[in-house]
Design a protein around this ligand. Structure first.
Ligand code: UGA
Length: 439
């Protein structure tokens, strides 16, 4: 390009594509985000984000206004103009066998191939199993033998709810490439991070693809480990937070991701752990640790309804149970694999009447929860006249609720805190029957 400015096309305006595209434009590059869903593109162009992510709406508005960020359904033009094309479409779990479904990624590879114009780096940003990058390379090369391109793998490590700061201030950037030429392009794209001395690790394609899965699975193991320790703490009368603190001060262990809860959910850990197990199976490698964590976490999410039942002395039918928090974690409207779904279904099956409140996820939840569930306008309205309250997601606004408020509003006095956001002694002193995790 005459102006020397690097141009980026991002295919897929889901969570990863939208956040990455907006952040690259904030770095100053010219970014075009492409999606085949015209309605979604229209929505974003009108300033409405299809997902809730703190700071995203402003970031998009600012860069659209500065003409650095564009949205279109015209894949051909965006790809022809681009120096780097990021593939950021979904890789859901394939129905039936647990493998990652790569049909969207491969479809994009076929679709972009004829439009590549001049040297282009095709980058997989979606979480893709080992070997996918080579496959994308073959598809593009076969579809367009004239194309001058390389494939790179650049997994994202964004957490929902903190995605923008995770992109802008990452612990590391991981890039798998096939050539020095591709490395040069990617290095230029992440140059703004050199100022804050972000380590950028260049590896082979396969290694980069595996780093992503190995990292997510390790975090899933860590969470499951502290969840099992929490159960043990309850049995022996220990406090899991002190155990986590005592462990976490050892630098080899670290203090992050040692918060016990109802089991991990979301769009990443459940899907990625399962896909990693499938990859290992395919190569006949024993990764039993991850396998065990997958089934343990499922069991744990189911077991949480049992805790609520036990807190109600086994009498659930006809009881009004208020569920505070539905999203799989705070600051998101994402309901995918959220523990709230399993908990609520089981309590409804047992005859409970469920009222819920979540600051962001209620629209999503309506598609996923039984019809009999009712949705409240506030936490206060939700706990009103309830026999029991269950904290499923640790939204900050729930932390401020006091024992006096619970006592005044509720019909019964059972409080089940699956995120340990309250001081147990305070709640019990006020007369609530309070239970939490691992303490
Ligand atoms: C996760 C990773 O943290 C990101 O690095 C990664 O990029 C992302 O997956 C992905 O693969 O795209 P995310 O799923 O957004 O990010 O959320 P986390 O903050 O990691 O939480 C995942 C789940 O673990 C939540 O259900 C959360 O409640 C649970 N969790 C987390 C715990 O129960 N305890 C903890 O100590 C931490």
């Amino acid at each position: 390009h005459g102006d020397g400015l690097l141009r980026i096309a991002v295919i897929g305006t889901g969570y990863v594509g939208l956040v990455s595209g907006a952040c690259f434009s904030e770095f100053g590059f010219s970014v075009t985000c492409v999606d085949n869903d015209q309605a979604k593109i229209d929505l974003i162009q009108n300033g409405t984000m299809p997902i809730y992510e703190p700071g995203l709406e402003d970031l998009v508005a600012r860069n659209v206004a500065a003409s650095r960020l564009h949205f279109t359904t015209d894949l051909g033009t965006a790809v022809a103009d681009a120096d780097a094309v990021f593939i950021a479409v979904g890789t859901p779990t394939r129905r039936g066998d647990g493998h990652a479904d790569l049909s969207f990624v491969y479809a994009v590879a076929r679709e972009i191939a004829p439009h590549l114009d001049g040297y282009t780096v095709v980058v997989t940003k979606s979480t893709v199993p080992v070997g996918t990058g080579r496959e994308v390379y073959d598809i593009v090369a076969q579809t367009n033998p004239q194309a001058d391109f390389d494939v790179a793998s650049n997994p994202e490590f964004l957490r929902e709810g903190a995605a923008i700061s995770d992109f802008m201030r990452p612990d590391r950037v991981v890039v798998g490439t096939m050539s020095e030429r591709a490395r040069t392009v990617i290095r230029a794209l992440y140059r703004p991070l050199y100022l804050i001395e972000t380590p950028i690790i260049f590896t082979e394609l396969e290694t980069s693809e595996l780093i992503k899965y190995a990292s997510n699975a390790f975090l899933a193991v860590k969470i499951s480990y502290i969840n099992q320790m929490a159960d043990l703490c309850e049995a022996v009368g220990a406090n899991v937070h002190d155990v986590a603190k005592g462990m976490g001060l050892d630098k080899r262990i670290g203090n992050k991701f040692l918060h016990p809860g109802p089991g991990y959910g979301g769009s990443c850990f459940p899907k990625d752990t399962l896909a990693l197990v499938k990859t290992a199976e395919q190569y006949n490698i024993d990764i039993g640790i991850v396998d065990e964590v997958v089934s343990y976490n499922d069991k744990r999410k189911n077991a949480m309804a049992g805790r609520v039942k036990a807190a109600l002395d086994g009498v659930v039918a006809g009881k009004v149970i208020a569920v505070l928090g539905l999203a799989f974690k705070p600051e998101t409207d994402d309901m995918r694999d959220s523990p709230s779904v399993d908990i609520i279904r089981e309590l409804v099956d047992a005859g409970a009447q469920i009222k819920t409140y979540d600051p962001k996820a209620m629209d999503e939840a309506r598609h996923m929860l039984p019809d009999s569930v009712s949705y409240c306008a506030s936490a206060g309205a939700c706990i009103n006249d309830a026999d029991a309250v269950v904290i499923v997601t640790e939204w900050n606004e729930f932390r401020a609720l006091t024992a006096a408020q619970f006592i005044a509003a509720m019909r019964g006095h059972v409080l089940v805190d699956l995120r340990n956001i309250y001081d147990g002694a305070q709640m019990r002193d006020a007369g609530l029957s309070y239970s939490s995790i691992g303490r």
